[in-house]
Design a protein around this ligand. Structure first.
Ligand code: NAP
Length: 289
């Protein structure tokens, strides 16, 4: 299957830069977003068509890509009255979901799609807004190998690495594992910095120690300015990482750090920090700017 026309659903923090990269790579992209104003704003910047409904996307797309908040949003977009499965046309397409959702939801939706002759792959991404803008995402895929191969031109336009990991749900499981590691790292950085601050160490100097040493990493370097500038505008919202930890728990996460970190992120979300960046966990833990 050669893919040229893409129907894209979901223009949030991630969907927006990803669509720009597909256009840059020469794909013809039509977008649908629940809040249409976001699609119209993007249309002013790049050459895309804006659809009024999901049905409109199905008429002529070779692939339908979803980049949505969570399991509920994805399920609604697939199984709702106005959704994909209820409005199929004769046109066959490859369904690619890039949201972070549970492997269970993927298995359910991929089975329903297969019943109607539609191939489906889960292909969640690692990397936040900056890697999305720079086409440097890492794509973790589950589904038929042939479908993964067919999606290579798309993945090549969005990321620096894509891996086929197994049957449907394998991409989701890999994504939950990497976000478990991310959450423990962010929590660890926050606890260490608050401990240092409580004991009289200057945060700027402490972050210099972290970032010049072996425990420093891409994520500690990216998030250091956010901490020092007290600017926690969401690149990756805290509530989304809390969601991913709940999904990991449902998928069998059982070790102490993960369980404690999941609780910490849940508490921070309940305390009202959910719409800030995940790094705002440090505020919840008592960091004073
Ligand atoms: P976001 O900014 O919250 O955008 C979510 C998108 O989903 C919006 O387009 C929203 O539409 C749409 N949506 C939500 N509920 C819907 C529903 N019921 N029906 C139709 N559309 C619905 O999220 P994001 O940061 O782009 O993340 C998208 C996915 O990627 C999430 O699963 C997240 O966990 C994952 N992810 C995020 C990052 C990151 O750094 N941000 C990194 C890797 C993976 P409206 O515009 O109408 O609200």
């Amino acid at each position: 299957m050669s893919i040229q026309k893409i129907g894209w659903i979901g223009l949030g923090n991630m969907g927006n830069p990803m669509v720009k990269n597909l256009v840059k790579a020469g794909f013809e992209v039509t977008v649908y977003n629940r809040t249409k104003a976001k699609a119209e704003a993007l249309q002013k910047e790049v050459n895309i068509e804006v659809a009024n409904s999901i049905t409109e996307l199905l008429i002529d797309s070779d692939a339908i890509i979803t980049m949505l908040t969570d399991d509920n949003a994805l399920t609604e977009v697939y199984t709702g009255d106005q959704g994909i499965l209820a409005n199929l046309t004769d046109k066959k397409f490859l369904a690619i979901d890039m949201s972070t959702v549970s492997p269970e939801t993927t298995k359910k939706l991929s089975r329903s799609a297969a019943d109607k002759g539609i191939s489906y792959i889960d292909a969640p991404v690692s990397g936040s807004v900056k890697p999305a803008e720079d086409a440097q995402l890492i794509i973790m895929a589950g589904g038929e190998k042939a479908d993964f191969e067919a999606a290579q031109p798309i993945f090549g336009a969005l990321g620096k690495l894509s891996l086929h990991l197994g049957a449907n749900g394998a991409g989701n499981n890999a994504k939950l594992a990497i976000n478990l590691f991310l959450a423990i790292t962010i929590q660890g950085l926050s606890e260490a910095l608050v401990f240092a601050q409580d004991n009289g160490i200057d945060p700027t100097k402490f972050l210099d120690i972290v970032n010049n040493g072996a425990v420093g990493s891409g994520i500690t370097k990216i998030k250091s300015p956010m901490i020092l500038n007290d600017d926690f505008k969401a690149a990756f919202a805290l509530k989304l990482l809390a969601k991913d930890l709940r999904l990991a728990a449902a998928a069998g996460m059982k070790h102490p750090a993960g369980i404690a970190v999941a609780e910490s992120f849940d508490q921070a979300e309940t305390a009202g920090l959910g719409d800030l960046d995940m790094m705002a966990i440090i505020k919840h833990l008592g960091y004073q700017n």
